[in-house]
Design a binder for this molecule. Sequence first.
Ligand SMILES: C[C@@](CO)(OP(=O)(O)O)[C@H](O)COP(=O)(O)OP(=O)(O)OC[C@H]1O[C@@H](n2ccc(N)nc2=O)[C@H](O)[C@@H]1O
Ligand SMILES: Nc1ncnc2c1ncn2[C@@H]1O[C@H](COP(=O)(O)OP(=O)(O)O)[C@@H](O)[C@H]1O
Length: 267
Amino acid sequence: MLAFANAKINLGLYVTEKRPDGYHNLETVFYPVKINDVIEITDAGETTCQIKGIDIPGSTTDNICLKAFDLLKNDFDLPAQQITLLKNIPVGAGLGGGSSDAAFLIKLLNDKFQLGLNTHQMEDYARQLGADCAFFINNRPVFAEGKGDEFSEVDVDLSGYKIILVKPPVHVSTADAYSGIVPHRSSKSLKDLIQLPLKDWKSNLKNDFEDTVFLKYPEIATVKQALYHEGAIFAAMSGSGSSVFAIFEDQVKLPELEKDNKVFYNI
Ligand SMILES: C[C@@](CO)(OP(=O)(O)O)[C@H](O)COP(=O)(O)OP(=O)(O)OC[C@H]1O[C@@H](n2ccc(N)nc2=O)[C@H](O)[C@@H]1O
Ligand SMILES: Nc1ncnc2c1ncn2[C@@H]1O[C@H](COP(=O)(O)OP(=O)(O)O)[C@@H](O)[C@H]1O
């Protein structure tokens, strides 16, 4: 059985306060995009994970897919599975690839073994694996707050635009990016700001990680500038970086950016 686990981008991201549990409260809008990993599960003698495609730093035995399997195995009598992951979503890019793999594996196991879990129950499992993991269960645009796992509806539809994503050859650690942030409350909620016309997002929406991550990796700031230079209506870093997305009115080709970066068109 197969699942296609997609990436997300963050339309605005405010880190509002440090929590007593060491995590941070934030405000963001998660938006699913069409860059996909492929996950296959088949019955096997023992549970293993095999990775193809892009390299994932660290040991395969630490892969979040195995953590997701073990989490459900604690509560259900699951037979051993071979998990094959074809990794296409850039890693350490602020695209939530690992979180998406875990959420889609939960949905896959729920379907294959008819576990009878509803959306809320699957979200509860997912949030144990990562702060932005629960979003990928419903996988629709949402306003997120708390650790990034409390959702409310938001009316954002970018289907009439071209979204382009540029991944510089830089890996940003999420934990490091959070440690560089000084949290602050925004004067206006992102939930209201996101309802502004798209042309006004440039002067009103912000990703709080950009200040510190751009200082450490100026090449990411250069990519964002280049995307505005090419005519983007809105461009921003996604999550804790390093990828930068841009929203264009029409189809574009960016050969200059392709020289040093991986460019994904029409995601
Ligand atoms: C920054 C965001 C924005 O969407 O995305 P990415 O850049 O990772 O894609 C998310 O908050 C990333 O969520 P996720 O990647 O699931 O984080 P986790 O694995 O749970 O946590 C990794 C580390 O990030 C920090 N962390 C994460 C989430 C949060 N709300 N506050 C935090 O302080 C903690 O130091 C934690 O140990
Ligand atoms: N299935 C997976 N896909 C990607 N990364 C994974 C996976 N399992 C574990 N990881 C670990 O999680 C880290 C963060 O991965 P990822 O989710 O791509 O980043 P981001 O937080 O930027 O969205 C990686 O550096 C890797 O060590």
